[in-house]
Design a protein around this ligand. Structure first.
Ligand code: ADP
Ligand code: MG
Length: 232
């Protein structure tokens, strides 16, 4: 589950920038939240707030029953690694490492011993186990995204956050990517958030599959100054 209240964020060192203010959300465990809205409206910032990567300027975030402000900084890294799976827009696979080693890094980062069995199971679930010894440069874009998704769910997270997962994909690949995210989140019982400015994505998410998948559109809009406000 993800619950936010009165969430706002202003990037430090930008006193004249608008404060990003977010509508409250209450997403049940295992549900899907589509975070839509135009580029620059704050989707990636919202994901960073919910992942506990940045602290809000105002408001509260609760993820999987844990109020983020109550986490001590030392505990928060381990908590985040265990609880949050992140599929970033830029996949951040280490070019010098094999696919297998990239996934092992996620286990090390979480303070866990390397577990090759879990790595192969995660790769296999996404159909890329045979690519385990390749480096990222030897993968197609779609394969690299599957590897990054395998890494994101390797530690059985409660929440899976995907940032612009269909960027630069054609219609067929975009549909595949969304279907894969839905299926993967469902397998793990994870709450899924898809942040996107891609108008195609909404149509790719079923409105509700036997009550298993909640669907909650959230459209973030930056406040536009009216003509009167501008001239005042
Ligand atoms: P989205 O993901 O919806 O495109 P972002 O969350 O990336 O939007 O950005 C929201 C706003 O915050 C934008 O106006 C952007 O320019 C600004 N912003 C993003 N990152 C930074 C940063 N590191 N420093 C200052 N402003 C930023
Ligand atoms: Mg973004």
């Amino acid at each position: 589950m993800i619950r936010t209240q009165g969430l706002a964020y202003q990037y430090p060192g930008t006193p004249n920038a608008a404060v990003l203010q977010f509508p409250d959300v209450d997403v049940a465990q295992g549900a899907v939240l589509l975070l839509s809205g135009p580029s620059g409206c704050g989707k990636s910032t919202w994901l960073a707030l919910v992942a506990g990567l940045v602290a809000p300027s105002a408001g509260t975030v609760e993820v999987a029953g844990q109020p983020l402000h109550a986490l001590k900084s030392v505990a928060s890294d381990a908590w985040r690694a265990r609880t949050i799976g992140f599929l970033p827009q830029k996949l951040h696979l280490s070019a010098a490492l094999t696919v297998q080693q990239n996934l092992a890094m996620a286990q090390w980062a979480a303070g866990q011993p390397e577990d090759g069995t879990a790595i192969h199971a995660a790769l296999q679930a996404l159909g890329v186990d045979e690519l385990a010894q390749r480096t990222p440069a030897q993968l197609s874009g779609g394969q690299a995204q599957r590897v990054a998704l395998a890494r994101a769910v390797l530690l059985q997270p409660r929440v899976l956050l995907a940032d612009e997962p269909t960027a630069s994909l054609d219609d067929e690949a975009a549909a595949d990517a969304v279907a894969l995210l839905l299926a993967t989140a469902r397998t793990h019982g994870a709450t899924l958030v898809i942040a996107t400015h891609d108008a195609r994505v909404a149509a790719l998410i079923p409105a509700g599959v036997e009550g298993q998948i909640g669907f909650q559109p959230l459209h973030l809009l930056r406040k536009q100054l009216s003509k009167e406000e501008r001239s005042a």
